[in-house]
Design a protein. Structure first.
Length: 79
């Protein structure tokens, strides 16, 4: 699926232009504090590949839908 809307977030996989459906939260414990979370976005096709890439390195902390991530961010901002 090609990203039809420039406002739509896209997959982080190299060369992929599909709309993201997943958020992969990660950190590199050698350079980030334990609570820090960096994110990659993934489409359905690349979620497993990107998760495995981060998981093998011990970086992957969480995988949630984009909707769940956005709802969580909204709750944090409302607090």
């Amino acid at each position: 699926m090609i990203n039809p809307d420039p406002e739509t977030v896209i997959c982080s996989a190299k060369g992929c232009r599909a709309a993201a459906a997943w958020v992969l939260a990660w950190n590199n414990p050698k350079i980030h504090t334990p609570e820090r979370r960096k994110t990659w976005l993934a489409c359905e096709e690349h979620r497993e590949h990107l998760s495995q890439f981060l998981g093998v390195r011990g970086f992957l902390k969480d995988v949630v839908t984009l909707g769940e991530w956005e709802a969580s961010a909204t709750k944090e901002n409302d607090s």
